[in-house]
Each structure stands twice: as structure tokens, then as C-alpha cells.
Design a protein around this ligand. Structure first.
Ligand SMILES: Cc1cc2nc3c(=O)[nH]c(=O)nc-3n(C[C@H](O)[C@H](O)[C@H](O)COP(=O)(O)OP(=O)(O)OC[C@H]3O[C@@H](n4cnc5c(N)ncnc54)[C@H](O)[C@@H]3O)c2cc1C
Length: 386
């Protein structure tokens, strides 16, 4: 055995689990394939519901110092419609922080807590042997094998690959692809986070750190293919579609310049998944993924990492029965905390992608903007896990 626990993936889910496990006294290895800092497809908004978990992980002060303005209002940008309403509040306001900053901040804390960080290093195989997991890693220096009784899969849900916890490669016209870009000099109010509803997709905008505006969205593959003209990149075609179909986007991006390329990921497959299976714990998107229309994935990833580390605290890592019992209690706690919002986000996303069907609800929202506040509340923005 080389460690008590191996965590694959240093996104918010994996890094949080690693910090929690190291603080519980375990010898932890955290494996990440990318070098940091790196940008990532993500809207980068974090609701205040994750603040108690950030506190418990010892990174709340750093997050406070780095994150963008407080988001006090939510909005709907749909066609020519722009409706705003107050964001529900619980123990503070949510804020945006670029993933190039947030993920590095969490990994630095993991290192400080004694976690061994293997980066850049890609996990290419996992084998269960009696009470152990053997994980094969490919690093620039060569191939390494680690072994531990606790294995946490936190590599996200969008990439296909050889790991048994990665989804098979499937493609279809209805696939939902994720996109994101940063802009400087935009005209979006600093305290506002609009939901964008446009034909074939949905998205969001928010001001993050350093005066950057983060625009992210999901779009159906078949719609994107129809939008692309010869010579267009997918991101440029999408940006033009957004500006044509949403007045709010047109006004916010009118004076802005893009900072870096459009990034793409996916297809994304929002779903409830087992949080513990085949002796492997899963956190973040791998445990369950809500449509990003509710902008809760980072928060859920951090909270799930914290929940798992709580379930494993005080356990003898070599006791297989205790590990199974912890897996069952973690799964139950996860479902209690997050499953309702995953189902609600699914229904809402399917409406938001079809403005023609969403029009009725759009009129209700315009007449009663508090419906937006209620929606944000239902998405879990005021439901901290600890
Ligand atoms: C368009 C869009 C907008 C979004 N906007 C928001 C938002 O505003 N707010 C919000 O809260 N959520 C948002 N989300 C969701 C959020 O991005 C995810 O839920 C969150 O990133 C999940 O975190 P994670 O730790 O599970 O996985 P990830 O963040 O995907 O991290 C996984 C890590 O594992 C690494 N990895 C992968 N494979 C391997 C391997 N084989 N070996 C080693 N390392 C590996 C990856 O490099 C990565 O660093 C959005 C998503 C999309 C698609």
C-alpha cells in the first residue's frame, strides 16, 4: 500500500475530498492530469451555500479575497426580454471566481494539509485487488502505480477514456455541448447573474475576479452544426447566435473584447449516479450532475467532497465492511442534499432551451419577477450542507 486514499482529479470535488481526508489523518495522493493554472468550461459562479464547506476546508478567507463582486440579483435574458429579481440570501451572497484561480487555491490548500500532489499525471487504469485498489498513472517521467484501500473518483463526467468510472463514447444530434469564454470591458451590472434562454440552449453570465466577465452556455450539437458557416469556429458561431437571439447578451457584450479563445467540453450528461460502487467513492459531477442552468455544480462538488471526507473520518481504511457502510451513508447523505435540485434543473433546462415553449413561463416571470428568486432558492442556493 502506498497511501490510505487515492483521489483522481483535482477539480473542486477531488481537491475538497483530498483536503478533508488529509485533515482526518489519512495519507492521501491527489492525481491531476492538467498543469495548473488552466481555464475550464464553467460559468464560475459559486453560491453562498458552499461557504460553510469552504470554511471547513480552510479556504474561505482566500476565496473571499480572490472572488469577484457579490451577486445580489438574478435575471432572465430571453429574446428581447430582460427581467431581474433579488437573489435569495443565506449567510452572504454568491460570487464568481475563475477556475484558473479557484482550482489552484484548493490544490495549494491540499498540499498544505499534507496531500501528495501528482501533477501532471493521468490515471489510465484502476484494478481492484482483494481489499486494495491499484491505480496506473502516466506522468511525463514514466508510468507509476499507486495502491490504497480508499479510491475516490473525481475526474468529472465529460471526458471519455479507459477508466471504468468514465462513460462510454456515444454521440447523438441531441448531445449538449458546453462552451465558455472570458471577456473584458463588458456592460453587465456587477451584481447581476442572468440566465440566458435561446433556441437550442441556455447559458449564464457573471462578473468574476479581475474585472472579467464569464459567459458560459450549453447548446445542442445539431443546432450548433446548423449555425456554423464555413470558416467559423464553433465558439464564434455560438457568440453570434447569442447576440442575435438575446438583447441582454447584445448589450452586455457590445463594448466587450474576448480574453482568450472559446473553450468547449462535453457532451455533458446531467444525471443522478451511484456515489459508491465497486468499492469506489465518487464525488463532484461523477456522483451526480445538475444541468448547469442552475450554476450549482462547483458548489455541489465541494460539498460532496466535504460530505465524503466526513463519512470516512475515524474509519480504519483497511476495514472493508466499514468502507462499505461509509459508502452507503455517504450515498444517502448526498441524495438527501442534492437529488431534488438535479430533477428540478432537468425540467427547467428543457424549458429554457425552447424559448417558444418557455414563452408562457417567461410572461409569468416578467409579471412576477419573484418567480426567479423562488427558482434560485429551489436550486439549492440557500441550502448549505454543513
Ligand atoms: C457550460 C457550463 C457552465 C457551468 N457553470 C457553472 C457555474 O456557474 N457554477 C457552478 O457551480 N457550476 C457550473 N458548471 C458545472 C461545474 O463546472 C461542474 O459541476 C464542476 O466543474 C464539477 O467539478 P468536479 O470536481 O466534479 O469535476 P471537474 O471540475 O471536471 O474536475 C475534474 C478534474 O479531473 C481531472 N481529470 C480528468 N481525467 C483525469 C484522469 N484520467 N487522471 C487525472 N486527472 C483527471 C481534470 O483535468 C479536472 O481537473 C457549469 C458547467 C458547464 C458545462
Amino acid at each position: 500500500m502506498t497511501h490510505d486514499a487515492i483521489v483522481i482529479g483535482a477539480g473542486p470535488g477531488g481537491a475538497s475530498a483530498a483536503i478533508g481526508l488529509a485533515r482526518a489523518g489519512l495519507r492521501v495522493a491527489l492525481v491531476e492530469r492538467s498543469e495548473f493554472p488552466r481555464r475550464k468550461v464553467c460559468g464560475e459562479f459559486m453560491s453562498a451555500a458552499s461557504r460553510p464547506a469552504l470554511d471547513a476546508l480552510g479556504v474561505a478567507a482566500k476565496w473571499d479575497a480572490a472572488a469577484g463582486p457579490e451577486i445580489k440579483r438574478v435575471a432572465l435574458f430571453m429574446g428581447e426580454r430582460v427581467v431581474t429579481a433579488p437573489m435569495p440570501v443565506s449567510g452572504g451572497h454568491g460570487r464568481g471566481l475563475g477556475r484558473d484561480v479557484l482550482d489552484g487555491l484548493l490544490v495549494t490548500q491540499a498540499r498544505r494539509c499534507g496531500v501528495e500532489i501528482l501533477q501532471p499525471c493521468r490515471a489510465t487504469g484502476m484494478v481492484r485487488e482483494a481489499s486494495w485498489h491499484r491505480v496506473t498513472l502516466v506522468a511525463p517521467q514514466g508510468t507509476v502505480t499507486l495502491a490504497a484501500p480508499i479510491l475516490v473518483a473525481a475526474h468529472g463526467s465529460w471526458e471519455r477514456g479507459p477508466l471504468p468510472t468514465q462513460a462510454p463514447k456515444l454521440q447523438g444530434p441531441g448531445d449538449l455541448l458546453g462552451f465558455k469564454a472570458h471577456f473584458h470591458g463588458g456592460a453587465l451590472d456587477a451584481d447581476l447573474m442572468p440566465l440566458l434562454s435561446f433556441p437550442g440552449g441556455y447559458g449564464g453570465m457573471v462578473q468574476v475576479d479581475g474585472g472579467r466577465l464569464s459567459l458560459s452556455c450549453c447548446v445542442r450539437r445539431d443546432v450548433l452544426m446548423r449555425l456554423r458557416q464555413p470558416g467559423d469556429t464553433a465558439g464564434e458561431a455560438l457568440q453570434a447566435h447569442l447576440m442575435r437571439s438575446c438583447r441582454g447578451v447584445r448589450e452586455a457584450l457590445g463594448p466587450a473584447t474576448r480574453d482568450g479563445p472559446w473553450l468547449a467540453a462535453g457532451p455533458i450528461r446531467p444525471a443522478l449516479r451511484p456515489c459508491y460502487a465497486d468499492g469506489i467513492y465518487r464525488v463532484g459531477n461523477l456522483a451526480g450532475e445538475a444541468h448547469p442552468v442552475i450554476a450549482e455544480g462547483i458548489s455541489m462538488a465541494i460539498q460532496s467532497g466535504w460530505l465524503l471526507s466526513r463519512a470516512l473520518t475515524g474509519l480504519d481504511p483497511t476495514d472493508a465492511r466499514a468502507r462499505d457502510a461509509a459508502g452507503a451513508s455517504y450515498h444517502a447523505a448526498w441524495r438527501r442534499q442534492f437529488s431534488t435540485r438535479i430533477r428540478a434543473a432537468n425540467a427547467f433546462a428543457n424549458l429554457a432551451m425552447r424559448p417558444e415553449r418557455f414563452a408562457g413561463l417567461g410572461r409569468v416571470i416578467a409579471a412576477v419577477p419573484a418567480t426567479l428568486t423562488l427558482g434560485a432558492r429551489l436550486s439549492g442556493k440557500v441550502k448549505p450542507v454543513c
